[in-house]
Ligand binder design. Structure first.
Ligand SMILES: C[S@@+](CC[C@H](N)C(=O)[O-])C[C@H]1O[C@@H](n2cnc3c(N)ncnc32)[C@H](O)[C@@H]1O
Length: 264
């Protein structure tokens, strides 16, 4: 089942991406992956990674004007996503992923349908006691830690919390082994103003290969809305939110491998 996205809203994202596909001959998967990388590296300020995609365009024979045009199309797709989020309560990013998944096996994951995700978020909201006890030092922790996909359950939970108890400090966690999905979750954190962490890796092992920290509030201090944690910070996040006992249990039971669709 795919997300029921309004065609006009979806096309604001997919039309520019499809134009890039036509211009470059890159597969939809490559174009979508480039778009996420450009978006995410602009959030983190990682200029070197940002330039990687542009260098590939250049080495494929595109001159500076043509590269600029491609960058503009990527920006147009991001603008379409932001506009769409203002007009719809659906997870547009995950919906676009599923749209391309209809014609390509490389978009291999399926997400909880929007209405079900919203119902789950409403049902699983913590009770009054937990909400009352949350403080800035010991915030409420809400996670989708066995595979958060595009992060829609987290987004719906954050919206639900905002609706019932906007004053409650909360940290949101996503754990995801597919790097494309993990990047969508980080982007969804930023565009939906969610504070928290997305861990990339096999949740059964509790040894993330990468952790992004997201929070738009830090932009007020002139900082980027997303940072990639150092090894030390990653250890802190794992022990803070999962604890030593969970980590030991994960080590004893873990099997399976990381799915990493990172390109180039
Ligand atoms: C069916 S999707 C659900 C995504 C999301 N929870 C939702 O409700 O829309 C399952 C997700 O779990 C991820 N996943 C599966 N096994 C995992 C594991 N061991 N560690 C981390 N992620 C995993 C997959 O990559 C996929 O994105």
């Amino acid at each position: 089942m795919t997300t029921l996205l309004d065609d006009d809203i979806r096309k604001r994202v997919t039309d520019p991406l499809d134009s890039i596909n036509k211009e470059t001959g890159d597969t939809p998967f490559r174009v979508f992956s480039d778009w996420l990388n450009l978006t995410l590296t602009s959030f983190t300020g990682d200029e070197e990674s940002y330039q990687k995609t542009l260098s590939r365009y250049r080495s494929n024979g595109f001159d500076e004007d043509a590269v600029d045009q491609l960058v503009n199309l990527h920006a147009e797709a991001l603008g379409g996503l932001v506009l769409g989020l203002e007009e719809s309560n659906e997870d547009i990013l995950g919906g676009v992923y599923e749209h391309y998944g209809l014609t390509s096996d490389r978009f291999g994951q399926y997400f909880t349908p929007g209405p079900v995700s919203r119902a789950m978020a409403a049902i699983t909201i913590p009770d009054d006691g937990d909400l009352r006890e949350a403080t800035l030092d010991d915030p409420l922790v809400i996670g989708d830690i066995s595979g958060c996909g595009s992060g829609r359950l987290i987004v719906d939970s954050a919206r639900q919390l905002r609706a019932v108890a906007p004053e409650v400090p909360a940290v949101f966690l996503g754990y995801e082994k597919d790097s494309l999905c993990a990047k969508m979750a980080v982007i969804n954190f930023v565009l939906n103003d969610i504070i928290g962490y997305v861990l990339l890796g096999d949740a059964l092992k509790l040894k993330p290969q990468k952790v992004w920290s997201a929070g738009t509030g830090r932009m007020l201090k002139g900082e980027r809305p997303v940072s990639v944690l150092t090894a030390e910070e990653t250890d802190w996040v794992v022990s803070r939110f999962f604890g030593e006992e969970d980590r030991n249990a994960a080590e004893e039971t873990s099997q399976g491998s990381l799915v990493d669709f990172e390109l180039g």
